[in-house]
Design a binder for this molecule. Structure first.
Ligand code: NAD
Length: 388
């Protein structure tokens, strides 16, 4: 079948298997060229391993550290004339590349929040890895059913306390316009914390500890974001920011749990990048388009793979112990440099529909968005028949 992108706002309902495979290969090539990370982990469990930061973490663990990996994700396989989701193709491609490099790579597709999938993962870990020495927690999910109560919670991307009005962009039409976002209800705030906060990360650690499946000195990291002043009302001061604050609570409790095995938990504050999760956040695509223009011009631009390589090599398994006042690692250091932020702010104040192509990197943003689904890649003939 001929597979073309079918986009609706921040969603693309098709994905191209060859394009997704190319994206995985490109990240593997980056890591191979960057070099082996000495004293890295040997057995890595990645929750949310099929796209974005989780996939990049898995690629660094496998191809930078030669680790065995178990990846957990929630993706759609192909059926009838519907393609699989990009994360499904990525995970198949990752497994092929890893196995041909002699690396153990197990994929588990299912709801990471559920007890069933946790049990299944623990069995696979026991069989294929033995003990885990690194757990990466990289979920971005719209909903979660609490395994204890059976209640389902939804995460929303809303401001808290008052309406937020801001510039934004329609990435299909380049129209820059003003949106008003209504504040979240108390239930929506609770729901977002339940889904995107630290509770499930704690449950994973507890489940591994209960089964004796964490190695002495095991490390775990979850990903967070803070961002600049202009996205504060929708990000760090919004519902998702509350969930990220809950990670700061969870990391303390996890460090307590890990003390008996000399383990360590931390949070890594990563840079804004184009992923399926970030493209769904109102206002953020406009900020990212401006940020990319500035960071590319200043030669400090990075994507997921560069960030994750840096995290493993310098921080998790390196000598850079710098953390902020609450113990978080900052990979967003280039994004948050004062000169970068000043330049973005200046562009933000003047960007409009007429000049957005010059003022921002909206073209690059859209290219990266389509690339997430395997489209727009040089060298791939999109007119050829492929088996989905
Ligand atoms: P993403 O959308 O690319 O990936 C989300 C992953 O979660 C996928 O592998 C998906 O399959 C998996 N997933 C979703 N629901 C699941 C479920 N119920 N069970 C199992 N797997 C499930 O997201 P991302 O942008 O890479 O985000 C990962 C983490 O990084 C998040 O915590 C996010 O807040 C954080 N982060 C993202 C950015 C950014 O700009 N994208 C910046 C800093 C931090």
């Amino acid at each position: 079948m001929i597979i073309k992108p079918k986009t609706r706002g921040f969603i693309c309902t098709t994905a191209h298997p060859e394009g997704c495979k190319h994206n995985v290969r490109e990240q593997i090539d980056y890591v191979r060229a960057a070099g082996i990370i000495n004293d890295g982990p040997k057995n890595v469990l990645i929750i949310g391993s099929s796209t974005g930061y989780g996939l990049a973490s898995r690629i660094v663990a496998a191809f930078g550290c030669k680790a065995k990996t178990v990846g957990v994700f929630f993706e759609r396989p192909a059926s009838g004339d519907k393609t699989a989701s990009a994360g499904w193709y990525n995970s198949v491609a990752f497994k092929q590349y890893a196995e041909s490099a002699g690396l153990v790579a197990e994929n588990i597709n299912g709801d990471a929040f559920s007890t069933d999938i946790k049990d299944k993962v623990l069995r696979v870990v026991k069989d294929k890895l033995g003990k885990v020495d690194c757990l990466i927690y990289s979920l971005a999910a719209p909903r979660r059913t609490d395994p204890l109560t059976g209640e389902t919670y939804r995460s929303v991307l809303k401001p808290i306390g008052e309406k937020f009005s801001s510039k934004t962009v329609n990435v299909d039409t380049n129209e820059v316009y003003n949106i008003e976002l209504e504040p979240a209800t108390p239930e929506e705030i609770t729901g977002t914390i339940k889904v995107m906060g630290g509770e499930d990360w704690e449950l994973w650690i507890q489940a591994l500890l209960d089964e004796g499946l964490l190695a002495d000195g095991a490390k775990t990291v979850a990903y967070s974001y803070l961002g600049p002043q202009m996205t504060k009302p929708i990000y760090s001061h919004g519902t998702i920011g509350k969930a990220k604050e809950d990670l700061d609570r969870a990391v303390i409790s996890i460090n307590d749990m890990l003390s008996k095995i000399n383990g360590h938990a931390c949070i890594s504050v990563n840079k804004a990048v184009v992923t399926q999760a970030s493209s769904a956040i109102p206002v953020v695509p406009l900020y990212i388009s401006l940020l990319f223009k500035v960071m590319k011009e200043k030669n400090v631009h990075e994507g997921c793979i560069e960030q994750m390589y840096r995290l493993f090599k310098n921080h998790l398994y390196g000598t850079d112990e710098s953390v902020d006042e609450v113990g978080r690692v900052h990979l967003d250091n280039f994004e948050m440099q004062p000169d970068v932020q000043a330049a973005v702010l200046e562009l933000w104040s003047k960007v409009n529909t007429e000049d957005i192509v010059q003022t921002s990197d909206i073209i690059g943003y859209r290219k990266e968005f389509l690339k997430l689904f395997g489209f727009g890649i040089d060298g791939i003939n999109y007119n050829l028949d492929v088996t989905p």
